[in-house]
Design a binder for this molecule. Structure first.
Ligand code: ADP
Length: 174
């Protein structure tokens, strides 16, 4: 059975994932937070591919190579900006994780590293985001058993503890 594992720290240090998911913005050309860290670590060689996509709507994903990162490719996912929860934010966030796992599976990815999309600059409340992220990822893994591990990278203790608690509440096993 596929596993969901939780990790504390910087997603760009993951040496085991063959796919890295980025919390991108709709322009796909890099930005702050995890997006900036991934672009810095991958290097400018991925920019022409990002540019060629011509952007990405919220809730969707686009794939590029991983440049200098050890992963095989990057799935850029555009999470929703939090506006209070009545503008389809949960569905759009779930769609990011479902499509990211599906895109990884289509290309033979087995271990996927994921950040807590939308919980930084996009202000999605952490606990609600953890619930959506873990539920949608578990659902996607059940559909794509060739992906054996979803590796969530949480950037601080609070995010790590919140994801761990929500994972327990949902009855998901490590
Ligand atoms: P968004 O715009 O989707 O909210 P952010 O990058 O601002 O994206 O934040 C998403 C989450 O990623 C936040 O919880 C933030 O703390 C976290 N984060 C920032 N840098 C990194 C990193 N290098 N590795 C993993 N997570 C990170």
């Amino acid at each position: 059975m596929s596993r969901i594992t939780l990790h504390l720290g910087d997603i760009t240090t993951d040496g085991e994932a063959d796919v890295l998911v980025n919390a991108a913005n709709s322009g796909l050309l890099g930005g702050g937070g995890v997006d900036g860290a991934i672009h810095r670590a991958a290097g400018p060689e991925i920019l022409p591919e990002c540019r060629a996509h011509g952007g990405c709507p919220t809730g969707e994903v686009r794939v590029t190579s991983a440049g200098r990162l050890p992963a095989r490719f990057i799935v850029h996912a555009v999470g929703p900006i939090w506006h209070g929860g009545e503008r389809g934010e949960p569905e759009l966030l779930a769609s990011c994780f479902e499509r990211a796992i599906a895109a990884a599976a289509e290309r033979g990815g087995r271990r996927v590293a994921l950040p807590a999309i939308s919980t930084g600059i996009y202000r999605y409340p952490l606990e609600r985001a953890a619930h959506v992220a873990l539920t949608a990822t578990a659902r996607a893994l059940a559909r794509h058993p060739e992906v054996v591990e979803a590796r969530f990278w949480l950037f601080d203790e609070r995010a790590h503890a919140t994801f761990a608690r929500v994972r327990d509440d949902l009855g998901l096993q490590e």
